[in-house]
Design a protein around this ligand. Structure first.
Ligand code: HEC
Ligand code: HEC
Ligand code: HEC
Ligand code: HEC
Ligand code: HEC
Ligand code: HEC
Ligand code: HEC
Ligand code: HEC
Ligand code: HEC
Ligand code: HEC
Ligand code: HEC
Length: 411
């Protein structure tokens, strides 16, 4: 080793020492914790200024060795403590610009339409020093924990239309129960239906729950149903942009979706007729799309319809004969109500039903007979009611006559 190299390595060593020393002058986490590690440290306004170092170390940022001053950036060059009382809010977008950009375009960053404006920050959903990866079961945005995170505001604080009623409906749903009770992390939570950062107002065409997107949103999980739906008459017209055909939430509701076997379900056997008839008994829709209305009337007049009204679930409802997701017109050879398939359709419940059994008209329509029928009924009602009133009047007159006579005979 010659003198030159000796001097050079000596200089290097001195440089290194100076560098380390100067780095040491900037505040490290330990410096912060000399004060903020104190459980009793409070701000002038009495808010706790304690930072749980173990919790922070376990967080995703602690794990990634992000320093206090990486987030509290205005203290980065400060060497004199105590520091200023008021610090700038943390700017998460310094490292997460993509997420911040999505949030900016979301309903959460739009001027509020409600009386009590609430500013939504990253920390409202993620926390501050205890942030974890989204697939960590302790993260506030882990699928099972998401409803609780959104509910912090949406249960009471945010005032929209009917307040937090929809949250309570969601808590009764098959989705919530699967998530919370069965721990099925794949079930639908607020974010699978609305998105996390790019949440849009329900009425926004870009929302995942808009009419245009709801089929895709639900069928991300209910994959088999998408195929059925798109093959049916409603789905085919949906693709063509027809606005009056039903999409998933028209029949199933939004937040309170439950099993069709549950009596409160909108598509429980005895309630299906009401769901279909909302459109199929609508005269103006019938005219527009050229279908016959009076489906509910004719169904209600049938044995099936009458028994269904009394709560009988084994009788046929609209869906038993027409199907529900892949409903087809009668001319479609695959339709259960196509003449060729009708015997088999009735045969599901009427064993041995042959072609003749299935022949009878199901929806006995024809506006004329309907009107004639109601006309006859009206006449009968008038005769009966008229008769009843006459009998009553006669009875009262006889009673009066009797009373007057007995009083006179006494007097
Ligand atoms: C000498 C003690 C001390 C040290 C060292 C210290 N702080 Fe503080 N810090 C305080 C006190 C006291 C407050 C409360 C100020 C007040 O009255 O509101 C505070 C408040 C804060 C606040 C809240 C500010 C606000 O606007 O509400 C943050 C954030 C903070 N400190 C971060 C840090 C960081 C990061 C470090 C290390 C670089 C650090 N502090 C070092 C004593 C200290
Ligand atoms: C991932 C970013 C991040 C890191 C790293 C971080 N903080 Fe914070 N801290 C925040 C946010 C966000 C707030 C909420 C106030 C705000 O938005 O400025 C906050 C608030 C605080 C407060 C005010 C009291 C409170 O809890 O609201 C103190 C004190 C504080 N931080 C100290 C620290 C110290 C000390 C460290 C290092 C051990 C640290 N922070 C590391 C993001 C961070
Ligand atoms: C309305 C609640 C909400 C707000 C506000 C929010 N996030 Fe998120 N964030 C989420 C949810 C929920 C997830 C998980 C997404 C998922 O599981 O699909 C997430 C995931 C993330 C992830 C993980 C990677 C990813 O994109 O999935 C990062 C990083 C993140 N958020 C950063 C931020 C930052 C930075 C901000 C502020 C600019 C922010 N978040 C604001 C709810 C929110
Ligand atoms: C100095 C840069 C920096 C700042 C500032 C910062 N983060 Fe991070 N953040 C990171 C790094 C690095 C990771 C770890 C990435 C990894 O391990 O994949 C991370 C991870 C995350 C994750 C977990 C992502 C996942 O995969 O699920 C979330 C959520 C997150 N940050 C939110 C925030 C929020 C909210 C703030 C503001 C309070 C913030 N970050 C501020 C650097 C930063
Ligand atoms: C299964 C999918 C699904 C789930 C899960 C879900 N939503 Fe919704 N949400 C919808 C649909 C569909 C709409 C109605 C869209 C419309 O009105 O056209 C809606 C509407 C909303 C609205 C607008 C207010 C209203 O009543 O019209 C808010 C706010 C909302 N949801 C928040 C949430 C929150 C918070 C959660 C979690 C607790 C959640 N949603 C869970 C599908 C869902
Ligand atoms: C910090 C409080 C807060 C949190 C947490 C929060 N939100 Fe919001 N949310 C709001 C506010 C405020 C609005 C805007 C209400 C208004 O002015 O119309 C809103 C609006 C919405 C809307 C649009 C409502 C409409 O009118 O159609 C949806 C959907 C929504 N939030 C879903 C979510 C979801 C999903 C989560 C959880 C990932 C969540 N929010 C977490 C405060 C919050
Ligand atoms: C025209 C009304 C209607 C539409 C539109 C509709 N459904 Fe259904 N759905 C029903 C009926 C009726 C049942 C119950 C059938 C029964 O009794 O088994 C049902 C049953 C279900 C079931 C329970 C499983 C099963 O097959 O019995 C799921 C899951 C379901 N629907 C999801 C969806 C999704 C996702 C969409 C949107 C792509 C959708 N539905 C659109 C009427 C509808
Ligand atoms: C993230 C995945 C996911 C999304 C998105 C989703 N679901 Fe589900 N859904 C499930 C799971 C998982 C279950 C099973 C719950 C169970 O079996 O208890 C379920 C159950 C149901 C049921 C009850 C089925 C039965 O027989 O009990 C109906 C109906 C239903 N979903 C309709 C919908 C509709 C309509 C949408 C869109 C508005 C939707 N789902 C969005 C995952 C999802
Ligand atoms: C939101 C309104 C709506 C609901 C709910 C609805 N439909 Fe429809 N349906 C339509 C419209 C509109 C058409 C006409 C589309 C076309 O054929 O161009 C149609 C077409 C049909 C057709 C074909 C009619 C024909 O003459 O070709 C049948 C069958 C049918 N629906 C049965 C049902 C059944 C069964 C239900 C309940 C399970 C139901 N629909 C629920 C709106 C609805
Ligand atoms: C017992 C089986 C059965 C039940 C229950 C039933 N239908 Fe039908 N439906 C049929 C048959 C068979 C046809 C075709 C022949 C006819 O019009 O009678 C038909 C025809 C229709 C058509 C015209 C379809 C076309 O392509 O011509 C519509 C729309 C319809 N039904 C709706 C309904 C609605 C809505 C309900 C419930 C309120 C219902 N149906 C209940 C068997 C049934
Ligand atoms: C979902 C099951 C189901 C389907 C499908 C069904 N029925 Fe029925 N139907 C019943 C039940 C249950 C009764 C009550 C009496 C009984 O048990 O036979 C009944 C009763 C009847 C009755 C009156 C009582 C009688 O036995 O004479 C007629 C008529 C009838 N059905 C015709 C039909 C025709 C035609 C079809 C096919 C287009 C059909 N049903 C499809 C379940 C069904």
């Amino acid at each position: 080793m010659n003198v030159r190299t000796l001097i050079r390595s000596g200089l290097l060593a001195i440089g290194l020492v100076i560098w380390i020393a100067s780095a040491g002058l900037a505040a490290g986490d330990e410096d912060c914790l000399t004060c903020h590690g104190d459980k009793d440290l409070k701000s002038a306004r009495g808010q706790s200024m304690f930072l749980d170092s173990d919790k922070f170390q376990a967080s995703v940022h602690g794990q990634a060795e992000i320093a206090c001053t990486d987030c509290h950036a205005d203290l980065r060059k400060v060497k004199d403590f105590p520091h200023a009382e008021k610090l700038k809010p943390v700017d998460c977008s310094a490292c997460h610009d993509q997420e911040a950009a999505l949030i900016k375009s979301s309903v959460h960053m739009q001027p509020h339409r409600t009386e009590n404006p609430i500013v939504v920050t990253c920390a409202d959903c993620h926390g501050t020093h205890d942030i974890r990866k989204r697939d960590d079961t302790e993260s506030s945005v882990f699928s099972i924990n998401i409803p609780e995170t959104c509910d912090r505001c949406h249960l009471e604080r945010v005032k929209i239309k009917n307040g937090g009623a929809f949250i309570l409906q969601y808590q009764q749903s098959a989705h919530y129960k699967a998530l919370q009770k069965a721990g099925l992390s794949l079930s639908a939570n607020c974010v699978t239906c609305h998105g996390g950062h790019d949440v849009k107002a329900a009425g926004d065409p870009l929302s995942r729950v808009s009419r245009k997107s709801i089929i895709k949103t639900c069928c991300r999980c209910h994959v088999g149903i998408e195929k059925d739906y798109l093959e049916g008459v409603h789905g085919k017209d949906f693709v063509r942009g027809v606005k009056d055909v039903p999409v998933c939430n028209d029949c199933h509701s939004e937040h309170g979706i439950i099993s069709p076997t549950d009596i409160s379900s909108r598509v429980y056997a005895t309630k299906v007729a009401a769901v279909c008839s909302r459109c199929h008994d609508d005269e103006s829709l019938g005219r527009q799309y050229g279908f016959l209305t009076s489906r509910l009337k004719t169904y209600s007049a049938s044995y099936h319809g009458t028994a269904s009204k009394f709560g009988e679930t084994r009788v046929a409802n609209c869906a038993s004969c027409h199907g529900f997701h892949d409903i087809r017109t009668s001319s479609d050879p695959k339709s259960p109500i196509n003449a060729a398939n009708l015997a088999a359709t009735c045969g599901q419940c009427h064993p041995g039903a042959g072609v003749n059994f299935a022949k009878g008209k199901i929806h006995v329509v024809s506006a004329k007979t309907e009107n004639q029928g109601s006309h006859v009924a009206k006449i009968i009602y008038i005769i009966i009611i008229g008769g009843l009133i006459s009998v009553f009047l006669l009875f009262i007159a006889a009673d009066l006559f009797h009373r007057i006579r007995t009083r006179w005979t006494k007097a």
